[in-house]
Design a protein around this ligand. Structure first.
Ligand code: MTE
Length: 306
């Protein structure tokens, strides 16, 4: 995978107008997003409740479906719900390859049936300073990774999103300020943690296109940009793989990207967050409140490894 060094605008250069200068107008627009934009997906049934859920009320559907980051379909929060409507998500497949004994291609049918579908209510914290609570549907990524049998050399997992400028005319560096395809990565132990989820649905329906249809990652203790959408490739690798926002601005976005109120973004504090749909701000919790992942980082300097 060849990715040019990014001469790009910074993440926050693109969004602060909405997020910081005129947050209220922006939020009002998100809340007013017509339900028709987002609803109508096929229903998913026989969902198991998950012990990994947080005991919090899910955010309103018009926020989860109408306020999105998906730069392939535009850089504005309302763009993906409008621009991704005709995105073709069937047929679909994820190729899992690299340092594995049994490289495998999973088509959509295989992805949907790979493990029992669970509904997991996760907190979702964006690096921009807002958060939401989302009832994702899916299963632990480890279920898929175990099937390909990672070799002893596999230390990291690299993820890649679908990219096609015919379907995604806005997905160019000059329009979106990032490189494509969108790529992300995790350490193997992070990827194998039960909380790391492959999501195929939300609430009780298949994922709407703007939320990363047909299958995306959900890593609840990391900032939202780690949760890569519309995945087509997963590669197990020996070395730390490149990640989109780190390539765009290494100074501001590190590989780890753990939610960490003690490590400020270079240009703003990460100590508090605004829960969309609520007034005021609440304290941001270390690892977004997922204490069960703390042991993954024992001995690691989280100020250096931000
Ligand atoms: N995945 C791809 N392929 N492209 C993107 O632009 N944006 C990321 C992440 N995954 C993004 C992506 C960011 S910045 C966030 S906050 C979350 O998706 C948003 O997920 P949501 O719109 O479902 O809330």
């Amino acid at each position: 995978m060849i990715i040019r060094k990014a001469p790009l605008f910074r993440y926050s250069d693109i969004t602060p107008k909405e997020t910081y200068v005129n947050r209220r107008r922006f939020l009002a627009a998100a809340l007013a997003a017509p339900a028709a934009v987002a609803f109508g997906g096929a229903k998913l049934t026989n969902l198991q409740k998950s012990p990994l859920s947080v005991d919090e009320k899910p955010s309103a559907t018009n926020i989860v479906f109408g306020f999105n980051n998906f730069y392939e379909f535009g850089t504005g929060k309302e763009d993906p719900a409008h621009n991704a409507t005709n995105f073709k998500t069937t047929p679909w497949a994820i190729h899992v390859e690299g340092e594995v004994a049994k490289a495998k291609t999973f088509d959509l049918d295989a992805i949907m049936k790979l493990a029992p579908l669970e509904q997991r209510i996760y907190r979702h914290r964006c690096v921009e300073g807002w958060s939401i609570v989302v009832p994702w549907i899916g299963y632990s990524l480890s279920a898929m990774l175990k099937q390909v049998e990672p070799t002893a050399k596999a230390k990291y997992v690299a993820f890649e999103s679908y990219w096609d400028t015919k379907q995604m005319p806005l997905a160019t560096p000059s329009r979106a300020f990032i490189q494509f395809p969108y790529v992300e990565g995790l350490r193997l132990d992070e990827a194998m943690h039960p909380l790391t989820m492959l999501s195929v649905g939300v609430y009780d329906e298949v994922l709407p296109n703007q939320n990363g249809a047909p299958v995306r990652l959900t890593v609840p203790w990391k900032y939202g940009f780690k949760s890569i959408k519309s995945i087509v490739k997963i590669k197990l690798v020996e070395k730390q793989p490149p990640t989109t926002w780190n390539m765009a601005n290494a100074h501001e976005y590190g590989f780890y990207s753990n939610v960490n109120p003690e490590v400020d973004h270079p240009r703003w504090s990460q100590a508090t967050e605004r829960r969309l749909g609520e007034l005021g701000r609440r304290k941001t919790l270390m690892f977004n409140g997922y204490d069960q992942v703390a042991s993954l980082y024992t001995g690691l300097d989280l100020k250096k490894n931000y």
